[in-house]
Structures are given as structure tokens and as C-alpha cells.
Design a protein around this ligand. Structure first.
Ligand code: NAP
Ligand code: BLA
Length: 331
């Protein structure tokens, strides 16, 4: 069922978070005349003050205060992953529309409840998945028919970082299980290839002792899709990595599609074609505009919450597989 909303401009917006995603959102909200940026709430006071100065707005002292503020129509959740589920629940309960930067939640069942709550409240729950708007994914969609039946895909993101920063993205509790936190890796695959039969995953962490932080992580998941495709995903980062890798290769019975960062190639026998791939920039602005179009005009969104929830279910299966040391079969 498509939801419809009666909205009057300007839509009043509050943001939880002051980092990269929050800044791109704030710019987009202020650029569009249908929306007005009203409040932000952050973590360290200096970062919050800087954000308020840049955008000429006031801060609230907690996310609880922000989600319950009677002036606001929409809450954007751009803070650490650990808090996504809790903040979204409170915002929906207080009758706000919600945009969450992925992941929806760190726990599949929490995510499932959030979708039900949004329906019950008749509020928008949009989970951003900018990877689907990006150049690589658009090129993939466009050229996939050229390679026939795809039987194997390998997608790696390996990011050396030395020393590993003491940031939330290297903190197990704040970041969550890496394939849940970096849900886009699995979501790209489920978006292209549909339902997953089984997941086998291994993971390893190199801890910074007695800190809650890790210095490096390595996760490897093998997915068996219902359509016969096998896929391998690798996600690794930190001090243990010495060679970066952002490659995505798809093997079809008529050809191969190969992406190295933003460089794409279509390979068929002797024939090799360079593919035009669009940029990774401007995607938060694009996402924001699509949400405003949806709220005001009812135009369809590029990603449905159910699709995001399904990717989260697969990622949770990967987490369970790595914990239990066995293959997890999805219903
Ligand atoms: P970021 O730049 O590091 O910003 C993180 C925000 O969380 C900052 O406001 C930070 O405040 C706050 N924070 C840090 N530690 C905290 C803690 N312990 N308790 C409460 N707040 C804390 O991260 P980001 O890249 O914007 O990511 C934000 C969300 O967007 C994440 O869920 C991420 O998965 C999602 N996302 C990001 C991108 C992207 O391109 N960056 C793309 C897709 C999804 P201080 O700086 O004051 O600590
Ligand atoms: C995704 N980028 C993400 C995520 C985080 C960051 C936490 C979500 C988790 C994940 O999927 O890994 C954080 N990305 C960063 C940081 C840098 C970075 C700290 O590139 C430092 C330079 N994101 C940016 C910048 C760009 C960007 C500067 O912060 C682009 C120039 C793009 N990040 C981007 C995109 C995604 C993403 C397109 C979606 C996931 C993907 O395509 O793999």
C-alpha cells in the first residue's frame, strides 16, 4: 500500500548528528524552499556549536528533546548506528516523519517493529541507501543485461587505515557488526539479485585492549541466491590492511562486468569496453530531494523500507553465521 501524506510547506526539520551525513542533509534542507531546518542535537558541544554557526540554527540538548519538539514535522537521524533504532522509535511515536541514514537498526527485529510502527502512525520511514543512487550501481543496472546470466559476484571493500582512528566506526558497540553497519554492501546484491537462500560468514576483530575499540576487522560472507547466483563479500579495514580494494566483479555466462572504484569495464572475449560511471558526490542532496518530492507530490521513492529491512535480515544472518560458526538458511 502506498502511503499518502497531507503536508504543508515549509516542512520543519530537526537533525540528530552533526557529522558528514548531517552536514550534507542540512545543506539540502536549507536549499529546498519546501523545507526549513530548525534544530540540531549533537554529541561534543564544540562540534554542535560549529554546526549551529554554519547553518544559523539552534541546538537542543538531547535527541529526546528534539524528537518530542512540537514544532517539528520530520526528524533526520544521522548519528552513530547504536542509537538509530531507539531514536527512530521515539520519533515515530511522537508523530514525526523519519529519515534514517542506513542502517535502519543494528537488530533485524527492531527494524521490523519500526516498519510496523511507521505504518500504524501513518508516517514516512525512509532509510537512505545512497549507494543505489551512485554511479557504480546505476552503471551496474544499465549493463547487467549485457552479460547474460550472472552466476558469481565478488564485492570487496578493504580500507587500510594506520593508525586506526579512535572513532565510533572502530567501536564495536557504536558501529555494530560490520556487514550490518556497512549494509550497502549486501543491499547492492539483494537489490540486483533478489532473495537469498543461505549465508556463511566469518569475521575477525583485532582489539585495542581495554578500550572498546578495535584496530582492525575482517568479514567475509558467502551468499547463495535463490536465482542460483553465488556471491562473496569482503569488508575489512584498519591497521591490518595494507592494500586498499574497492572492486566489484560480476561474472555472467555472456561476459564480465568489473568495477575498480569508479572505473568500470565490460569484458567479452577480446572486446573490452570502458563504462561511464557517475560520481559518489551529491547523493545526500539527491536523496533529500526525492524524499521531499515523495512527501509533497506522492512521487515514488527509489528504495522501499521493506527492501532495506530485507538487506538487514540478510546482514543479521551473516552476523549469526559468524557467531555460531555455521551456515544460516533464510526462510
Ligand atoms: P560522522 O561524520 O562521524 O558523524 C557522526 C555523528 O555522531 C557526529 O554528530 C558525532 O558527534 C556523533 N557521535 C559520535 N560518537 C558518538 C557517541 N558516542 N554518542 C553520540 N553521538 C556520537 O559519521 P557520518 O559519516 O555522518 O555517519 C552518520 C550516519 O550516517 C551513520 O549511521 C552512517 O552509517 C550513515 N551513513 C553515512 C554515509 C557517509 O557517506 N558518510 C553514507 C551512508 C550512511 P561528534 O563529532 O561531536 O562526536
Ligand atoms: C558510506 N561512508 C559511508 C558510511 C560511512 C562513511 C560511515 C556508511 C558505512 C559504510 O557503508 O561503510 C564514512 N566515507 C566515510 C568517511 C569518508 C568517506 C569518514 O569517504 C572519508 C573521506 N562519504 C563521505 C565522502 C564521500 C562519501 C567524503 O564521507 C564521497 C566523496 C560517499 N560514503 C559515500 C557513499 C557511501 C558511503 C556513496 C555509500 C556506500 C557505498 O557506496 O559503498
Amino acid at each position: 500500500m502506498t502511503q499518502s501524506f497531507s503536508i504543508t510547506a515549509p516542512l520543519k526539520v530537526g537533525i540528530v548528528g552533526t557529522g558528514y551525513a548531517a552536514q550534507r542533509r542540512a545543506e539540502a534542507i536549507q536549499t529546498d524552499e519546501r523545507s526549513q531546518l530548525c534544530f540540531v542535537t549533537g554529541n561534543t558541544p564544540e562540534h554542535t556549536d560549529e554546526f549551529c554557526q554554519t547553518f544559523g540554527i539552534n541546538s537542543l540538548t538531547s535527541w529526546q528533546q528534539l524528537v518530542n519538539h512540537s514544532d517539528l514535522d520530520l526528524v533526520i537521524i544521522g548519528t552513530i548506528n547504536r542509537d538509530h533504532g531507539l531514536i527512530a522509535q521515539a520519533a515515530l511515536q511522537s508523530g514525526k516523519h523519519v529519515i534514517i541514514e542506513y542502517p535502519l537498526a543494528l537488530d533485524y527485529l527492531v527494524g521490523k517493529d519500526l516498519l510496523e510502527l511507521a505504518k500504524k502512525q501513518n508516517k514516512l520511514l525512509h532509510i537512505e541507501h545512497i549507494e543505489l543512487l551512485g554511479g557504480v550501481h546505476q552503471a551496474l543496472r544499465r549493463y547487467l543485461p549485457e552479460i547474460g546470466e550472472v552466476f558469481y559476484a565478488r564485492y570487496a571493500t578493504i580500507m587500510p587505515q594506520n593508525p586506526a582512528p579512535r572513532r565510533w566506526t572502530y567501536h564495536s558497540e557504536s558501529f555494530g557488526f560490520p556487514l550490518i553497519a556497512a549494509l550497502s554492501r549486501l543491499h547492492r546484491l539483494t537489490d540486483l539479485f533478489g532473495s537469498v537462500v543461505s549465508v556463511t560468514c566469518q569475521s575477525r576483530f583485532w582489539d585495542a585492549p581495554e578500550t572498546g575499540y578495535f584496530r582492525g576487522c575482517f568479514c567475509n560472507a558467502q551468499l547463495q541466491f535463490q536465482n542460483g547466483l553465488m556471491a562473496d563479500t569482503v569488508y575489512a579495514k584498519g591497521e591490518i590492511c595494507w592494500q586498499g580494494d574497492r572492486s566489484f566483479v560480476l561474472h555472467g555466462d555472456q561476459g564480465t562486468l568489473s568495477f575498480d572504484g569508479e572505473q568500470g569495464k565490460l569484458i567479452r572475449g577480446e572486446e573490452m569496453t570502458d563504462l561511464e560511471v557517475g560520481s559518489r558526490r551529491g547523493l545526500f542532496a539527491m536523496d533529500t530531494q526525492k524524499v521531499l518530492d515523495h512527501l509533497f507530490n506522492g512521487s515514488p521513492l527509489y528504495v522501499q523500507p521493506e527492501a532495506s529491512l530485507y538487506a538487514l535480515q540478510v546482514a543479521e544472518a551473516a552476523y549469526q553465521s559468524s557467531k555460531q560458526g555455521k551456515t544460516i538458511f533464510l526462510a
